[in-house]
Each structure stands twice: as structure tokens, then as C-alpha cells.
Design a protein around this ligand. Sequence first.
Ligand SMILES: O=P(O)(O)O[C@H]1[C@H](O)[C@@H](O)[C@H](O)[C@@H](O)[C@@H]1O
Ligand SMILES: [Mg+2]
Ligand SMILES: [Mg+2]
Length: 290
Amino acid sequence: MADWTDCLNFGISIAKQASEVGVMATNENAVKLKSSPADLVTETDQRVEKILISAIRNRYPQHRFIGEESVAAGEHLELTDSPTWIIDPIDGTVNFVHRFPFVAISIAFTVNRQTQFGIVYSCVEDKLFYAQRGGGAFLNGEPLHASGQQGDITRVTSHMCYITHDIMSRDDVALSTMTSNIRRLLQFPVHGVRALGTAAVDMCQVATGGADAYYHIGMHCWDIAASAIIVQEAGGVVMDTDGSEFDMMSRRVIAASSAAVADRIAQVIQAFPCCRDDEDNCGCGATGVN
Ligand SMILES: O=P(O)(O)O[C@H]1[C@H](O)[C@@H](O)[C@H](O)[C@@H](O)[C@@H]1O
Ligand SMILES: [Mg+2]
Ligand SMILES: [Mg+2]
């Protein structure tokens, strides 16, 4: 079996170097909107992605890329069997613009469409989450373990602190679906609901055991491809919101401490329609989540 450790170590080193650009940037005023009033991009997002991709391409010229801002600029999104780097240069751009201190660089690496490692570097906190397939998950070098809630699911869910995401779309269908999902989960009842505003770092909280579950509808593959393997390698479970197998292109995910918790959440949350990442012109613009 091929060993991708050199790629992992290179990915970690360039994530840390590139974060200097993001943390030091002061150009909040150069903010543009993408798919909704909450979906922002800055010149720093674009600069960090260019730095990451040129460094990787220089070392691994045959590798392919799926970068958030390259796709936003019109590059075709296609996941093939080739070694592929899936990059979110700044996950939490809204936080970055508002100086809310949770901003991450997220890098996943796939071969034959299977994720081999994931890196989430929470720049302001200086927290490096990473995992390699079959090698466990780590935070700043220390092993990570999901909370592994077992036993009576009704007790577990009533004692759960789960983490969700900000609602990117401002479309009525998406807003009413998301708010009723949160209401249903609160009625479990859970201990608490949290959202840090970066899907990657939010999802990594399940790997640390700090949250028992996370779900998101409408995010993109680059938001969660890295944190998905980090949760799995920490002993957690990742699945689609309908309970089926996780598919990073579906734009739906549940991450949880155990299959029982994930299944319980899948029973109560509903999804709103949104295009798959790898689907061209699916025409579901009505939800405002394109
Ligand atoms: O900040 P970006 O990279 O745009 O990622 C956000 C994502 O697009 C949203 O769907 C999530 O809700 C946010 O938590 C991410 O930060
Ligand atoms: Mg993101
Ligand atoms: Mg981003």
C-alpha cells in the first residue's frame, strides 16, 4: 500500500506557512459576496489558496486540485482517481472578516477517490488537527478520541452537546428547514448547541470529544473532507444526513461520537435540496443554495 506520509508532512508545513498570510492580513475591506449574503470571499482567501496550490504543484506536478476559490473562479470540479488535494484556504471567512478568532486552513488528500489524510489548522488558536488513514487522529501531536457515547441513546442524546453550523443560505426553504431541525434537536433535549463558524473546526470538536455530534447541510467538499477523516480516525462516525454512507460531494453530513447518536440525529433532521458539488447546472437555485 502506498505511503503518503511525505505528502501529509508537506501539507502540514505549507498550511502553517500559509496561515501567516491569513493571520497577518488586514484587508477586510476587500470582501466580495458569493452564493449568499453570508458566503464571503476576500483577497486573502485567494492569495492563501494560490500559495498552497503553487507550493504543492511545484513538489508534486502530477497531482490534481479542488480548491474552493479556484472553483469559485470557474474551474471545473471533478474528483478523479488521481492524487487530489481538496483545499479550503480560509474556512470561516465570515469570522476572518469580523475578527472572530476561529479561522482554519483545511486540506484533504485523496487517491482513487478515497481520503488518505486530512489537515485542519485552526490558525488563531494554533491548533493543528490531522489524521492519516489507519494512523489515528491527532491535535498538536496528542492522540484524539471521540466521546464514544454508548448505552441508552435517549440518555445520551439528552446529555449531548452537539455542534451545528451557521445558516449560509437566506432562502425561506433553507431557513425554515434549518430552524426546525435545531428545534427538534433541542427537544431531545440536548445539553447545548454550539457553532464556531468554521465547518472544519466545528466538526473536529467531535474528534476531540468536546462535542458529541455535528451536522451540516449546504456546505462543500472542501469544508469537511479533511475533518471527516479526522473524526473517523478518532473513532467517530461520519454519514449522510439521511443515514446513508458519507459522500463528500453530497453537501450533507452528520459526524457523531457513535453510530447510535448519528442514527438518532438522522431520524429527526430534514435536508433541503441543494446541488451536489460534482453536479453541473442542477437547477435547484430555488433554495438559494447553489
Ligand atoms: O468560510 P468558508 O470557507 O466559506 O466556509 C463556510 C462554509 O461555506 C459554510 O457552509 C459553513 O457553514 C461555515 O461554517 C464555513 O466557514
Ligand atoms: Mg469553508
Ligand atoms: Mg473558505
